[in-house]
Design a protein around this ligand. Structure first.
Ligand code: NAG
Length: 582
C-alpha cells in the first residue's frame, strides 16, 4: 500500500502537471482516508474494551455467582449501598451484575464508550480497607470528559484521541476513596456544546424510551444507560442543561450544584476559559435519594484537600431533613421559549401537590430571560467569536448534528453583522443571535459584559428576596426532542442555561408523561415569536405521547440541600399521586 502524504501528492502532481482541481480532490480524498482510519481504530479499541468487559463478567460471575441478578439490579442505591456495607452482597456480585446489564444495554443503545478495567484491581483494594466508604462497592459510570488515568477523554473529537489522562479527575479520586468502582465511560455529542448525543467516533446514542428521540446531551450516554438500568449512578457535567436534559429526556433525576461546590479539576471542556456562563458537574440517577447519597459522599474532607478552591462545606443534613413548610416561587413559562402544554401542566400539577402538602406557592417572574439569552449568555459563551469552539474541529469531520452551529459560529465577523442586518425584519431572533456571536473585540467590552452578567444575577436575587422565597419550581424543555433537532434549536435551552448564568443549584425530577390532550394542544403551539425556530420546536416535540415530562427545582447559591429537599418532596408527592390514582 502506498503511503502518500500531502507534500508527496502536491509534488507528484506538479511533476505530472495535473490541474489545481485535481490536487484539491486528491487532498480531500486523502483527508477522508485519514479520518476513516482514525475512526476505525478508535471503534476497534472500544470493541476490544467491551470484549474485555465481557471476559471480566464471565470470570467474576464464575467466582462469585449470583442467584438473582435482577434482584440486585432492582435495588435502589441506598438499599444496595447498605447491603454492600453489611456484607449481604459482595462488590464482585454487584459489579458483574451491572457490567452484564450495561453490555446488554449498550448493544441496543450505544451509550458506553470505554471499559475501565482498573475496577477489577480496585476490588482487591476494597477487601483490604478497614473502614467502608459511603459508596463502598457501588459501580459508577463517568461521562467521557472526566479524566481517568490511562484512558482518553475524547469529547467525540478526533484530535483528542490517543491522549490518555495521566491523572484521575478529583471527582474520580474522591469516588474511589468512598469505595465506589468507576467501571465505564459514556457517550457525548461531539464537542459537548450540544444537547443531542452523537459524534463521528462512537456514533449515536439512542433514547431507551423511544429510538426516534434523542436521549439528550451532553451527558446523553449517562441518561440513556441509567434509564435503561445499566448503571445505578453516573457523573455528568452541565453548562447549559447537559445533566438536566438527559435526565428529563430519559425520565430520571439529575442535579447541577452551584459552580464551585464540587471540584472540576481534571474535567475537560471544549471552551475552557469562558467565564460568563458557569459549567458544573453533578450526579444522575434513578431517584433523588441516590443524588443525595452521592452529594454526601463527594462533600468530604478528601475533596476539600485535593482541591482547596472548593469551600469546605459538608452536606448539611439539617437543611435537607427539615420539614418546615417552604415558600416556593413558580413560573409556567419564560419569555424566551414558550412552554408547551405538557411543560405547563407538569409545573401546574406539581404546584397543586406542593400547595396541598402545606407549602406556600407564589408566582415568580425571572428578569427578562429572552434578553439575557442573547445579550448575556450567547454573547458570553461565544465572546471569542466562537474560535475556541471551532479549534476543536480542526482536521476533524463535523458531526451532522453540529453542522448548523459550526457553520454559523464560523462566519466571518463582518458577515455575521451583514446577515444580522439583512434578516432583522423577517427573523429578528436569528438577527439577535448573529449580532451576539460575532464576538467581543476589546478587553474593555468584555469587562463591561462581565458587569452586565453580575448585574443580572443581582437583579435575579433581589427579585427572589422581595418575594421571600426559599426555592423555585419551573419547567424544563421536555419531553425528548426528535433526533436531529437540538443542533438547530440551540436557543431553546433558555429554561436550563439561565441557571448556569445566575449559577444556582438546580435539579430535575420527572413528574408526568405526555398525554393525548397535551399532544392535541401542541397542534396550536405558535411560540412567543411565531418564527421558524418556534415551528421547528413544535415539530421536534411532536409524537411524544407517553414520554416523561419533568420539572426543575432551584435554590439560591450554596443551598444544594434546600434544592434536593424540594426535589425529594416533589418526587414523593408525585409517586403518592400515581399510586393513589390506581
Ligand atoms: C486530562 O488529561 C489530559 C492528558 O493527560 C491532559 O492533557 C489534560 O490537561 C487533562 N485535563 C484536565 C482538565 O485536567
Amino acid at each position: 500500500m502506498l503511503a502518500l502524504n500531502t507534500n508527496d501528492i502536491v509534488g507528484l502532481c506538479a511533476l505530472l502537471g495535473c490541474s489545481a482541481a485535481t490536487v484539491v480532490l486528491l487532498l480531500r480524498w486523502l483527508d477522508r482516508k485519514r479520518i476513516g482510519k482514525q475512526v476505525r481504530l478508535a471503534r476497534a479499541r472500544r470493541d476490544a474494551a467491551l470484549g474485555r468487559m465481557e471476559e471480566a463478567v464471565r470470570r467474576l460471575s464464575a467466582e462469585h455467582p449470583v442467584a438473582d441478578p435482577e434482584g440486585i439490579l432492582s435495588l435502589s442505591l441506598p438499599e444496595l449501598a447498605s447491603k454492600l456495607k453489611d456484607g449481604s452482597l459482595s462488590p464482585e456480585m454487584v459489579l458483574h451484575s451491572y457490567m452484564r446489564k450495561a453490555l446488554d444495554v449498550t448493544s441496543e443503545l450505544n451509550c458506553v464508550t470505554d471499559y475501565l478495567p482498573e475496577c477489577e484491581t480496585q476490588l482487591v483494594h476494597l477487601r483490604g480497607q478497614k473502614t467502608k466508604g459511603l459508596l463502598y462497592g457501588v459501580p459508577i459510570s463517568l461521562k467521557d470528559n472526566f479524566n481517568y488515568t490511562g484512558h482518553d477523554s475524547t469529547l467525540g473529537l478526533l484530535n483528542q484521541l490517543n491522549r490518555p489522562a495521566c491523572e484521575d479527575s478529583v471527582i474520580a479520586k474522591v469516588l474511589k476513596v468512598q469505595g465506589a468502582l468507576p467501571f465505564m465511560k459514556t457517550n457525548i455529542p461531539q464537542s459537548m456544546l450540544n444537547y443531542d448525543c452523537s459524534n463521528p467516533i462512537y456514533g449515536r446514542t439512542l433514547n431507551p424510551l423511544n429510538h426516534k428521540k434523542t436521549p439528550g446531551g451532553s451527558s446523553g450516554g449517562e441518561g440513556s444507560l441509567i434509564a435503561a438500568g445499566g448503571s445505578i449512578l453516573g457523573i455528568g457535567s452541565d453548562i447549559g442543561g447537559s445533566i438536566r436534559f438527559p435526565s428529563a429526556f430519559c425520565g430520571i433525576c439529575g442535579f447541577k450544584p452551584t459552580a464551585n461546590r464540587l471540584s472540576k479539576l481534571g474535567v475537560k471542556t471544549s471552551s475552557a476559559g469562558q467565564k460568563s456562563v458557569a459549567a458544573m458537574i453533578g450526579p444522575l440517577a434513578r431517584d433523588v435519594d441516590s443524588l443525595v447519597l452521592c452529594m454526601r459522599a463527594l462533600l468530604c474532607e478528601e475533596m476539600f484537600q485535593l482541591d482547596p478552591t472548593i469551600p469546605p462545606l459538608p452536606f448539611n443534613e439539617e437543611i435537607y431533613s427539615s420539614t418546615r413548610p417552604l415558600r416556593i416561587g413558580y413560573y409556567e413559562t419564560d419569555d424566551a421559549t414558550m412552554a408547551t402544554p405538557s411543560m405547563k401542566r407538569a409545573v401546574h400539577e406539581t404546584k397543586e401537590l406542593l400547595e396541598r402538602a402545606g407549602h406556600k406557592m407564589v408566582p415568580f417572574t425571572p428578569p427578562s430571560v429572552e434578553k439575557s439569552m442573547f445579550e448575556l449568555i450567547v454573547k458570553g459563551l461565544l465572546a471569542d467569536g466562537g474560535s475556541t469552539f471551532l479549534d476543536n474541529f480542526k482536521g476533524d469531520q463535523v458531526d451532522p448534528n453540529l453542522k448548523t452551529q459550526v457553520s454559523t459560529y464560523g462566519l466571518p465577523y463582518w458577515l455575521k453583522i451583514f446577515i444580522s442586518f439583512i434578516v432583522k425584519p423577517v427573523f429578528p431572533r436569528l438577527s439577535k443571535l448573529l449580532q451576539n456571536i460575532k464576538g467581543i473585540r476589546s478587553v474593555k467590552d468584555l469587562w463591561k459584559h462581565h458587569l452586565e452578567v453580575e448585574a443580572y444575577r443581582q437583579e435575579f436575587i433581589s427579585q427572589w428576596k422581595k418575594l421571600e422565597i426559599d426555592a423555585v419550581l419551573c419547567p424544563i424543555l421536555s419531553p425528548a426532542l426528535t433526533i436531529g433537532y437540538p443542533g438547530k434549536l440551540s436557543t431553546a435551552v433558555s429554561y436550563t442555561i439561565l441557571y448556569n448564568l445566575v449559577d444556582f443549584p438546580v435539579g430535575v425530577v420527572p413528574v408526568t408523561t405526555v398525554t393525548k390532550d397535551d399532544e392535541e394542544g401542541l397542534k396550536a403551539y405558535k411560540g412567543h415569536k411565531k418564527d421558524y425556530w418556534d415551528k421547528l420546536l413544535k415539530e421536534a416535540l411532536t409524537d411524544s405521547i407517553g414520554l416523561p415530562v419533568s420539572v426543575q427545582c432551584v435554590a439560591l447559591p450554596w443551598q444544594e440541600e434546600q434544592c434536593l429537599r424540594l426535589m425529594k418532596e416533589v418526587e414523593t408527592l408525585t409517586q403518592e399521586r400515581r399510586t393513589s390514582n390506581f
